[in-house]
Design a protein around this ligand. Structure first.
Ligand code: MN
Length: 128
């Protein structure tokens, strides 16, 4: 079964890049350009995994993550934060907000795909 991955990203160039990487590995990609639509897309489409940009024009990606993780029916969906703030303590902030993983920007294909595969496999193992 092909996994569906939601990419929440407001930068069209980053979105295109990430989509290309995911498509090359055979994943189905759905997109949201801001936090609000990211949140509703998660509720409506139940993606297998979410790539969450932290800096979004409306709601912070970490706030969206916390809101999703507070919903028992959705909290199992792995969320990987993508952030340009490669600052000290950033990883901790992401994990505190409930993100399962963290990939700093600029994203490399190798790092993205290995994280996606890892968290999809982990989520699958939990449901068996
Ligand atoms: Mn952004």
């Amino acid at each position: 079964m092909v996994a569906t991955i939601l990419c929440v990203e407001d930068n069209p160039q980053n979105m295109r890049l990430v989509r290309k990487m995911l498509n090359s590995a055979g994943y189905q990609v759905i997109e949201a350009q801001d936090g609000e639509s990211g949140y509703t897309t998660i509720l409506e489409q139940r993606p297998d995994l979410v790539l969450m940009d932290v800096n979004l024009p409306d709601i912070d990606g970490l706030q969206v993550t916390s809101a999703v993780k507070a919903l028992p029916d959705y909290s199992h969906i792995p969320i990987i934060a993508l952030t340009a703030n490669a600052m000290h303590g950033d990883r901790e902030r992401c994990l505190e907000a409930g993100c399962n993983g963290y990939v700093p920007k600029p994203v490399t294909k190798n790092e993205l795909l290995s994280n996606v595969a890892y968290y999809l496999e982990q989520a699958e193992r939990r449901t068996i």
